[in-house]
Design a protein around this ligand. Sequence first.
Ligand code: 5PN
Ligand code: ZN
Ligand code: ZN
Length: 268
Amino acid sequence: MTDTKVYLLDGGSLVLDGFHVFWNKGPGGEVRFPVYSILIEHAEGRFLIDTGYDYDHVMKVLPFEKPQQTKEQTIPGALGLLGLEPKDIDVVFNSHFHFDHCGGNKYLPDAKKICHKTEVPQACKPEPFEILGYSDLSFSAEAAEARGLADQLLPGTTPANSTFEGVEGDFELAKGIKLFFTPGHSIGHYSLLVEFGSRKPILFTIDAAYTEQSLDTLNQASFHIDPVAGVRSMERVKQLAQDHEADLMFSHDMDNFKTYKTGTQFYG
Ligand code: 5PN
Ligand code: ZN
Ligand code: ZN
């Protein structure tokens, strides 16, 4: 049996004001933060958790987030560094459908797709304050149609190759790949725990905590559907890390990201 390996696919960076990163706390001013996807090489196949943002989408819809992304920081480019192609991915799991977590789904028409059962309906009919978050609908023919944004779809994107299996609650995607339901930031948000044969587990907070400071202070980002649920989810993430003696990795923390392994380096 092959040992599980985790590769972080560097997806470039974006800018938000500090009052968005640390809701009602700040300080204000530009904060540049990383975006990455998580590739898990597992005995049962290749699993990709999230797919980063699409540069052209951000330039068109949110240019004020000042995207910086090289060719090597796209999904095809980052897989290419590992000698892989998009068709080598068996399963895509999206933690939620904010644009910075689903922008590369379009490159993976043949993978099996899984997400929380409420996330596609939410992308189809977001709350008014969620419209920018759920602005890249290129991952789903159904959502793009529902929002009148079918022009976002790549030619060849069909309901058949962009349909999601909906899940709920905590569940194990494959042995040692555990998804924990951590709603609040979005309606169907998941955090990820990966267990290995010969090292500590890694708990990826995903957007339940953008940064280490967010978790330490229980201060979530300003984007959320239920901030109280968001605090409970951060408390849960802390407890899960303790219970599993896991290393924590944060979704959008530049100082920590600089210490993470990327490219051909891996965890496992
Ligand atoms: C990076 C970023 N920018 C804007 C939004 C938003 O409106 O909801 C989530 C989000 C982001 O993660
Ligand atoms: Zn998000
Ligand atoms: Zn995010």
